[in-house]
Design a protein around this ligand. Structure first.
Ligand code: UDP
Length: 468
């Protein structure tokens, strides 16, 4: 293996990411595309990922031939990082750079470029130390890049403690009410480390040579055309979804939480449901629903009398709660702790997706042509929800009760509006059009395919390791 890579050092790329499913998935999928363009790809993840390795990920090669490596974030593997996210991210920023640098220096491959996800911004400093250029993979919509860039560089007025309800109008975007902005730019944000990481990133974009966006031109043209980040090259290269979702050959994701498609009964259960009948529900890989939230959703599901597939992720090392409300609806649907989501979304039995609006989930839903019931919680999700409902017209927003819970009647209203209401055909048509546009963007010669090729050509030609 590595004799080829040593001769072709100008083609070796190192991807670096935080061990979070929503970060690993897009960078791994980008890695697969780079492999298909002839690059040799290594993916480095902080040790935490080792804790969750599923039977499918015990090899050091994943996806289409990507080498998987781990570096220490300074905490023991079994340490519960979710208990104090600020402490975890502080430790990662303190120990990550040193350990990544040691890893790069001792690695048999010499890397020509480093590509990092946003929450490891220090990877750009490590790259500078070893004298190679950096690209950042932006893993949220380009609209969010615009909002953060303009917020952190103080280019527009945003909500403040003294003026919390100000609406915001930015180039290429609709007007956002305060509650439609990402939670990290609001005065109510309590997550210090997220604020600091994003600030560091957006006030120092000069450290990266390219920004690759997990989106596509046809989806966010207005905002992409109006991004002006000091002349930085911004290339949309998405949607970074598994190849199967865009009509190409199957590749395997690196699944942190251990969904083995073959051993999971989701697909068998979906096979016996009627076409477009199932409500698929997932709140992503990070959020854990409280028992109260579970109960309120269960009441809604009981009322709508439709089949559902519901992913409930219990807190780390815990089982699903034994609740009477879940017992009552168990014949109506299927409840699992984790699903093979991209396979689920492309199954013909799925009619709509009740989602927390994580960007990977939304892109997967768009690529599968599945309309969305948007139930955003925090970070980019309120803004993604606005794009889904007001810009792309592929879904409705579920309005929560004053206690922040899902109201049974409101859930019923949303499901009926999406599945059988007067606008249901329009949602399906818009979703189908975006599904086609997503495939075209990544097809040979499509907008994202051209951008990936442009990045690869530039990267190889600017590499310090010129081929002899
Ligand atoms: N996912 C999955 N099975 C599940 C729930 C989530 O495979 O049961 C995957 C999903 O396909 C997506 C990722 O986990 O790629 C979640 O990322 P997203 O950005 O949607 O949300 P986050 O987890 O970051 O909040």
């Amino acid at each position: 293996m590595d004799s080829i890579c040593i001769q072709n050092q100008h083609k070796n790329v190192l991807l670096v990411t935080l061990a979070a499913q929503g970060h690993v998935n897009p960078i791994l999928r980008l890695g697969n595309l780079l492999v298909s363009k002839g690059l040799h790809v290594t993916l480095a993840i902080n040790h935490y990922a080792l804790k969750h390795r599923s039977p499918t990920t015990h090899t050091t090669t994943v996806g289409g031939g990507i080498h998987l490596e781990f570096f220490s974030d300074g905490l023991p593997i079994d340490y519960n990082r979710k208990a104090d996210i600020d402490y975890y991210l502080d430790s990662l920023s303190k120990f990550g750079p040193v350990n990544l640098l040691a890893f790069i220096r001792s690695h048999p491959r010499k890397f020509a470029c480093i590509i990092n996800t946003p929450f490891v911004p220090w990877a750009a400093d490590v790259a500078a130390t070893v004298g190679v250029p950096t690209a950042m993979l932006w893993i949220q919509p380009c609209s969010l890049y615009q909002i953060y860039y303009r917020y952190y560089n103080m280019l527009d007025e945003f909500p403040t403690e003294s003026n919390p309800n100000v609406s915001v109008k930015l180039p290429g975007l609709p007007v956002f009410a305060a509650e439609e902005l990402p939670s990290f730019v609001l005065p109510t944000n309590t997550f210090r480390s997220f604020y600091n990481i994003l600030k560091e990133l957006f006030t120092n974009t000069c450290k990266v040579k390219w920004v690759l966006g997990n989106s596509f031109m046809e989806l966010e043209k207005d905002v992409i055309m109006s991004l002006n980040d000091g002349g930085r090259v911004f290339l949309p290269v998405g949607p970074l979804v598994p190849a199967t979702l865009i009509g190409k050959e199957e590749e395997v994701d690196f699944d942190l939480f251990g969904s083995d498609v073959k051993s999971n009964n989701c697909m068998e259960w979906l096979n016996i449901q009627k076409p477009s009948s199932v409500v698929y529900i997932s709140f992503g890989s990070i959020l854990n629903l409280s028992n109260k939230e579970i109960e309120s959703i269960a009441v809604g599901l009981k009322n709508i009398k439709r089949p559902f597939l519901w992913v409930i992720r219990p807190p780390e090392n815990q089982e699903l709660p034994e609740l009477g409300c879940l017992e009552e609806i168990k014949e109506q649907g299927l409840i699992v702790k984790w699903s093979p989501q991209t396979f689920v979304l492309s199954h013909p039995s799925v009619g709509c997706f009740l989602s927390h609006c994580g960007w990977n989930s939304l892109l997967e839903s768009l690529a599968a042509g599945v309309p969305v019931i948007a139930c955003p919680q925090w970070t980019d999700q309120p803004t993604n929800c606005k794009l889904v409902t007001d810009v792309w017209g592929v879904g409705v927003k579920l309005k929560k009760s004053s206690e922040g819970l899902v109201n049974g009647e409101e859930l019923g209203r949303c499901v009926e509006e999406i599945m059988s209401g007067p606008k249901s055909e329009e949602f399906k048509k818009n979703a189908a059009e975006l599904k086609t546009a997503a495939r075209e963007a990544l097809a040979d010669g499509g907008s994202s395919d051209k951008n990936i090729q442009m990045f690869v050509n530039e990267m190889i030609s600017s590499s310090i390791f010129k081929p002899k």
